[in-house]
Ligand binder design. Structure first.
Ligand code: NAP
Ligand code: GLV
Length: 310
């Protein structure tokens, strides 16, 4: 069995090769573009791979994505037919996302930006905290990351609502689903957290139409993907006062271009796509176990659905 690593953006192939070798030093690991005999490649481990490049392996049994979001794989119009695709579902990544959500929910809820401004001005100014029990945090997406993060903010006493494709029954979460569930969901939330996957259905979902359905003075946190948002519509909602602020971790173009209006917008907090990441020590063991299982004939773990896009 040979495994090919092909990483196109943001990560180093060598670091990942070392991570896999640390789990099993006997592996036959190939680093793109040094494929060797294509017939020997039985699994590929990818992140932002080159389109069309996976079709050349006649014995490919599994495509492993190095992260949770798989939209970069589905962008390839030339994927090999019938080869299962697995993604990362990792406790550390999930915890890390919940930390991010809790941090930015609390930062807004406790007026932290204003408090820092008062410190800068050497002003002792008391701001009464809002009541968490009267504040609804709404999650667009109630999957691995949405559900875990929702659970953590609920534990702090916030009201929690969520919107997903299929109906859910989650303790303490008011759940809405499907196109008809979106309007009542949006009307109920004070802070909207996007943890959707990027698909044909969710691209551009955070647009003027959606934003007008939020209560006035709402807050928006995007840790899904930049392409979920129509940037001009979000900027208009911030400028009109419809939204009181936004925390954005993901962008159409990353790194965010220097001349982007978000950088200097007083109501925008930017983080550099660092809400939750995959680290070799955490995810190499699960990816290798998945590959070995599939080669033994087991069903793939954490498989994504081609027709669904996530
Ligand atoms: P997941 O487990 O696949 O959950 C996706 C959720 O979105 C599910 O609840 C799903 O509904 C819902 N959904 C999908 N399409 C929908 C639609 N058309 N309408 C309504 N709901 C829809 O994904 P995850 O592991 O939670 O990850 C979510 C995303 O987070 C990833 O795809 C990635 O883009 C992003 N992410 C960002 C970072 C970062 O650092 N910023 C890190 C990791 C991941 P069902 O439950 O009904 O299927
Ligand atoms: C990170 O953005 C991921 O999808 O894992």
């Amino acid at each position: 069995m040979a495994i090919l690593i092909q990483i196109g953006e943001f990560h180093s192939q060598e670091i990942w090769r070392d991570g896999f070798a640390a789990v099993d030093p006997g592996l036959d690991l190939r680093l793109w573009p040094d494929v060797g005999d294509p017939a020997e490649i039985e699994a590929v481990i990818v992140w932002h791979h080159i389109h069309g490049s996976l079709k050349q392996f006649p014995n490919l049994k599994l495509i492993c994505n190095l992260g949770a979001g798989v939209e970069a794989i589905f962008k390839d119009p030339d994927l090999p037919d019938g080869v299962p695709i697995a993604r990362v579902v990792d406790p550390r990544l999930t915890r890390s996302m919940a930390e991010y959500v809790v941090l930015h929910v609390l930062r807004y809820h406790r007026h932290f930006a204003e408090t820092q401004d008062f410190q800068t001005a050497k002003k002792w100014k008391y701001i009464a905290p809002d009541d968490a029990a009267a504040t609804t945090i709404g999650f667009l997406g109630l999957g691995e990351l949405g559900q875990f993060s929702a659970d953590k903010v609920r534990a702090m006493g916030f009201q929690v609502a969520g919107w997903s494709r299929s109906a859910k029954n989650i303790d303490g979460v008011t759940s809405y689903h499907g196109p008809d569930g979106l309007a009542p969901f949006l009307a109920s939330v004070k802070m909207l957290v996007c943890l959707l996957p990027l698909t044909d259905q969710t691209r551009g979902i955070v647009n003027a139409d959606l934003l007008t359905q939020l209560p006035d003075d709402s807050y928006f946190i995007n840790a899904g993907r930049g392409q979920h948002v129509v940037d001009d519509d979000l900027l208009a909602a911030l400028d009109s006062g419809k939204l009181s602020g936004a925390t954005l971790d993901v962008f159409h173009v990353e790194p965010l271009p220097q001349d982007h209006a978000y950088w200097s917008h007083a109501k925008v907090t930017i983080t550099p796509h660092n809400a939750a990441d995959s680290f070799p020590a955490d995810v190499c063991p699960q990816i290798l176990a998945n590959i070995k299982g599939v080669l033994r004939g087991d069903a793939p773990l954490n498989e994504v659905k081609v027709g669904r896009g996530y």
